[in-house]
Design a binder for this molecule. Structure first.
Ligand code: UD1
Length: 366
């Protein structure tokens, strides 16, 4: 059995690392193919090292380009690769352009595909990620869902996969594995910040950062909050600050994209998280921190329903009100809800589901 994991961006590396390790523990051949959608060292290869992934078997190096250029270059590169070395199954994690392109390349070369993190929905079709995740679900043979709600979504949409399995969230596996080192890293202390007295922020979604009005409004609102804010700035956001001539408030400290362990360490030391990232919403939740989501929708409605996060959009008044309301959010109230995303052993369930799928596919062929 040969499994190929296709990844290319920061969150895909975090989702895939424990899955790779689980396949190797079972002595199953597993290779990593890196699309290179994220090409800066800080956004890609640094995470291979931190999360103990081997060098990729192939690097497509697609690099910068418009979404359609990236998607088509990845389809072409993977198509050629799959024609030459046919994996029994490919795993495509998340909702990025790389994830969708991997699904299309599999469909065109007859390689079965498993979508890892299947079924989450924000309902917002303006987001590239929503389109990607819906299309990829429909292209996939095996749907590996992180929560019960995700299973319900694919059932409701009548997605015609061969198998749908609630495995839990493999990002939670990664977090648990590295949480002790994250706790010890305490990067806030190195910045002269006291635990529980700062906010940690990230922003990178095209709908926020490519829109000068939305970006200005968030920056202004955050600049008015009564606490220091550490802002880990994605390269896309750095470029927009420059393009739009925006400067952060006095209380905001902008830092380069942080390594994974330090990111978790920042969240652990923070009072709250402000973000438009899907992954960071979950990490804040698992680490018992409230978050303000600077969007109107989220694909992780479970976290909002558990009372751990508030959808505040980009309106400064809602951000200020959200901040005031976040004071009342207590981790104890949502701690028990963490199990929504499984028990931190999702990767083993992924391996079991893939083995089960391939056994059944083999029997069906006989
Ligand atoms: C992508 C994913 C998003 C994921 C995020 C994590 C899509 C549609 N979006 O968004 O779901 O949450 O990654 O970070 O796939 N850039 C650099 N250096 C890099 C990578 C990107 O400078 O290493 C620049 C690109 O040239 C581009 C911009 O950042 O101008 C956006 O990159 P892109 O990969 O299109 O999307 P992300 O915003 O990173």
């Amino acid at each position: 059995m040969k499994v190929s994991i296709i990844l290319g961006t920061r969150p895909q590396i975090i989702k895939s690392a424990p899955v790779y390790a689980a396949f190797r523990r079972r002595s199953i051949e597993c290779e990593i193919v890196n699309t290179g959608q994220h090409y800066d060292y800080e956004m890609n290869r640094r995470f291979f090292k931190e999360l103990e992934l081997p060098d990729p078997a192939r690097d497509l190096n697609v690099g910068a380009g418009s979404p359609s250029q990236q998607v088509s270059a990845i389809i072409a590169g993977l198509g050629e690769l799959f024609e030459a070395s046919r994996p029994d199954i490919a795993i495509s994690p998340g909702d990025t352009n790389s994830a969708l392109a991997a699904g299309i390349a599999c469909a065109k070369t007859g390689v079965p595909v498993a979508h890892l993190e299947s079924g989450c929905r924000s309902g917002d079709f303006r987001m590239a990620e929503e389109v990607n995740r819906r299309l990829l679900d429909h292209l996939s043979h095996l749907l590996l869902c992180p929560t019960k709600a995700c299973v319900a979504n694919v059932k409701r949409e009548h997605v015609l996969a061969d198998s749908v399995v609630n495995v839990g969230d493999t990002m939670y596996d990664s977090l648990l594995k590295l949480s002790q080192r994250a706790e010890a890293s305490d990067p806030g202390a190195g910045m002269g910040l006291r635990r529980g007295e700062y906010a940690f922020m990230t922003l990178h979604r095209a709908e926020t950062v490519d829109d000068p009005r939305a970006l200005r409004r968030v920056v202004k609102a955050v600049g008015g909050l009564p606490l220091p804010v550490v802002f880990s700035v994605h390269p896309r956001t750095t470029a927009r600050f420059r393009d739009f001539g925006i400067a952060p408030g006095q209380n905001v400290k902008m830092v380069e994209p942080l390594p994974y362990i330090e990111t978790l360490g920042m969240v652990m030391g923070s009072r709250l998280v402000i973000t438009d990232s899907g992954g960071l919403q979950k990490e804040a939740f698992w680490l018992g921190k409230p978050s303000l989501i600077t969007r109107d929708t989220t694909e992780w409605g479970e976290i909002v329903s558990a009372g751990a996060a508030l959808l505040v959009g980009t309106d400064p008044r809602r951000i200020r009100q959200g901040y005031a309301r976040s004071e009342a959010i207590r981790a104890a109230r949502f701690r028990s809800a963490r199990r929504i995303f499984g028990n931190g052993r999702a990767s083993e369930k992924v391996v079991g589901a893939v083995e089960g799928y391939l056994r059944k596919a083999g029997r069906d062929r006989e």
